[in-house]
Design a protein around this ligand. Structure first.
Ligand code: GLN
Length: 243
């Protein structure tokens, strides 16, 4: 079956609080790559105080520790709903500060512990030195296997339980600068430290997320190829770029 009758709802969580280094580009990449396959996209923005709607893909960006305080508080109200969405295999993509809050907690170096919603299992502690620079990592989920982006964080994330790394570091620091892991995955919940924006430079991973979301709607579909020359040129230009 083609993708003609399919509709995807994408929910952008707290864009007014968490949206660093062009994180909005991730939403635009999902929308562009879905719409160019004839898939209708319904985009919903959720801000503090709003209910969270049913969606196929949830996106949350990165931000400063201060904004994370408000988002940690907001997310607690929706923990049960979002846990149910995760367990129905809905797709989540969380960047940096949003990633930290989808896991168990973030303990900043000099502030109160911020409680997460444990869609991923793992925790983050603040470090003295920020990790700032280019990242190349390798994942087993896509072809090509490389993921590229830009990291800027003080938090060190350590994964626990059934949550596995999204990728393994070739250049950069990733989760904690120690164990060569970058990002996380549990079910269809993905976290990563890669900003940049992440998805426009990783079109293969964007399609991977779209396919996972469409899998929940129809088992039998094919994503027609798109001309990715520009996107893959950007991707290739960053592979192994010095930190
Ligand atoms: N405040 C977090 C940290 O520095 C998140 C930063 C970000 O989202 N870029 O670890």
């Amino acid at each position: 079956m083609g993708t003609g009758n399919l509709k995807l709802t994408i929910c952008h969580l707290y864009p007014k609080l968490l949206n660093l280094y062009g994180d909005i580009g991730n939403i635009k990449a999902l929308q562009y790559r879905a719409e160019n396959r004839g898939i209708e996209v319904n985009l919903k923005e959720v801000n503090a105080g709003d209910d969270i709607p049913n969606a196929d893909i949830y996106f949350i960006g990165g931000g400063q520790d201060r904004q994370q305080v408000d988002v940690s508080f907001e997310l607690q109200k929706h923990k049960d709903f979002l846990t149910k969405q995760r367990d129905e295999n809905k797709v989540f993509l969380a960047i940096c500060g949003g990633y930290q809050l989808l896991a168990d907690y973030f303990q900043p170096i000099d502030g109160e512990k911020l409680i997460g919603i444990s869609l991923l299992s793992g925790y983050t502690v603040g470090g003295k030195k920020r990790f700032i620079g280019n990242v190349t990592a390798k994942t087993e989920f896509t072809t090509p296997e490389t993921l590229v982006g830009f990291e800027n964080h003080s938090g060190r994330t350590y994964l626990t339980g059934s949550t596995k790394p999204l990728s393994h570091i070739i250049v950069g620091n990733g989760n904690n600068g120690e164990d060569l892991t970058e990002g996380a995955r549990y079910k269809n919940v993905f976290g990563t430290y890669l900003h940049g924006s992440f998805l426009p430079k990783n079109p293969h991973f964007t399609d991977y997320l779209i396919k996972l979301a469409l899998n929940n709607l129809s088992e039998d579909f094919e994503l027609p190829p798109l001309d990715d020359t520009i996107e893959m040129n950007a991707h290739k230009s960053l592979i192994n770029k010095p930190y």
